[in-house]
Design a protein. Structure first.
Length: 196
């Protein structure tokens, strides 16, 4: 089983993934972004280079393959994949490949309102030693926020339509010092559904 945690950048996917992993002892966390970094490094400055590695068909094929093989390696996982997927056709391509491989997917959307996400983006410091690099990441996330908002409802309807994909949507709490506690609550709700 793949537990795909989707949502906006700054929405708590990585925190929730770590907390789920702690509560599901046979689980693994895989980061589809690492596949993108590998492709970006391999492609280098080739004329076919894309700004967003999700635009590479190879990324989507490799992510589905990695998730499938990890699920087989662990004899059912669960494999936790925290990754923002904004384009419906990309999500369908990955989830269809997983379904064809006989891998069950629980697609969970962690959602927060725009002001909350904006505050998280503005306060993020991905590179503590480099404000310039951190600001580039924040700019990327700000650009993607509008795209996320346009895609959220569409993904909800599409995901519910899919017969092999379970879909849930939870509202993430406002940004406070209790954010990890809220993620624990969410992950406990998720865990109960697999252990019941």
């Amino acid at each position: 089983m793949i537990i795909w945690l989707n949502g906006p950048f700054g929405g708590g996917k990585t925190t929730t993934a770590r907390l789920l992993h702690q509560q599901l002892p046979t689980s693994l966390i895989t980061d589809p972004e690492e596949v993108g970094f590998l492709l970006r490094k391999s492609i280098g400055d080739h004329p076919t280079r894309q700004k967003d590695f999700q635009d590479y068909p190879a990324w989507r094929t490799l992510v589905a393959g990695v998730c499938t093989e990890l699920e087989r390696q662990t004899q059912g996982g669960p494999i936790i994949a925290p990754m923002t997927l904004l384009r419906r056709e990309y999500a369908e391509e990955i989830f269809d490949a997983l379904a064809k491989a006989g891998v069950e997917v629980d697609h969970l959307l962690l959602h927060a309102d725009s002001d909350t996400i904006q505050a998280r983006i503005d306060s993020s410091m991905e590179f503590p030693d480099s404000e310039e690099r951190s600001e580039k990441v924040r700019e990327f996330r700000r650009r993607k926020l509008a795209e996320y908002e346009r895609s959220c409802l569409m993904k909800s309807f599409e995901s519910r339509r899919r017969s092999r994909t379970a879909f849930s949507c939870w509202e993430s709490p406002e940004v406070t010092s209790s954010w990890p506690v809220a993620s624990v609550r969410i992950s406990r709700r998720i865990c109960r559904s697999w252990t019941a």
